[in-house]
Design a protein around this ligand. Structure first.
Ligand SMILES: [Zn+2]
Length: 206
């Protein structure tokens, strides 16, 4: 069998054996396929339970798909006077790059200027987790977090900065171990007023 036919057959097999969860499919079978593909023996002792562990890990890491903003916030919106900037910095972020299915991880800083309402303290971190636990690119993750805070409490503005390192850059490709990617999303006054943005930047920079 030539390489092309083999590839075609593999593709055919893949389509027939791996179905989505909704179709009654099973990630374990897909993991066994990957193990076979890299030349491993899925039946050997050390790997026997690997498909099960991988499935559990992925279900957890991708649990953000099953969450909705209002459930995450769960009523933790409070009336508050004043328009002082609220900042939570150094929220740990663990996400998965959608191009390589490899992790990227780092810190997220979120700031907003209230317009009569504030969020419960833990909720910014929970919102960040909800979007991080999906397949992502860092730019979109920043924007989704900012938009969610905007939708939740309609503040005068929201600022999000994410600084993250990508295993797809560190382990493969350009193999740059020390480069950190920085993305930001600025909404409302953070977008329109340079001095507000500058204040946020100075408060989150170390
Ligand atoms: Zn990547």
């Amino acid at each position: 069998m030539d390489a092309l036919t083999r590839t075609k057959n593999m593709k055919k097999n893949y389509i027939f054996t791996v179905r989505s969860k909704q179709q009654g499919g099973d990630m374990k079978e897909a993991v066994r396929e990957i193990l076979k593909h890299i030349g491993e023996d899925p039946a050997r002792e050390g790997l026997a339970k690997t498909p099960e562990r991988v499935e559990k890990a992925w279900e957890y890491m991708m649990s953000g798909y099953g969450q909705k903003l209002d459930e995450v916030i769960n009523g933790a919106v409070f009336e508050a006077p004043g328009d002082e900037m609220v900042i939570v910095r150094d929220i740990e972020i663990y996400s998965m790059c959608e191009h390589h299915l490899l992790p990227f991880f780092g810190k997220c800083h979120i700031g907003y200027i209230p317009n009569g309402q504030v969020l419960g303290v833990s909720k910014l971190a929970r919102i960040a987790d909800m979007y991080a636990r999906r397949l992502q690119i860092q730019e979109r993750l920043s924007h989704e977090i900012a938009s969610a805070v905007m939708d939740a409490i309609e503040p005068r503005g929201v600022a999000v900065i994410i600084e993250a390192r990508h295993l797809c850059m560190m382990m493969r490709g350009v193999e740059k171990q020390n480069s950190e990617m920085r993305t930001s999303a600025m909404l409302g006054v953070f977008r329109h007023r340079p001095e507000t943005r500058a204040e946020f930047m100075s408060l989150v920079s170390r």
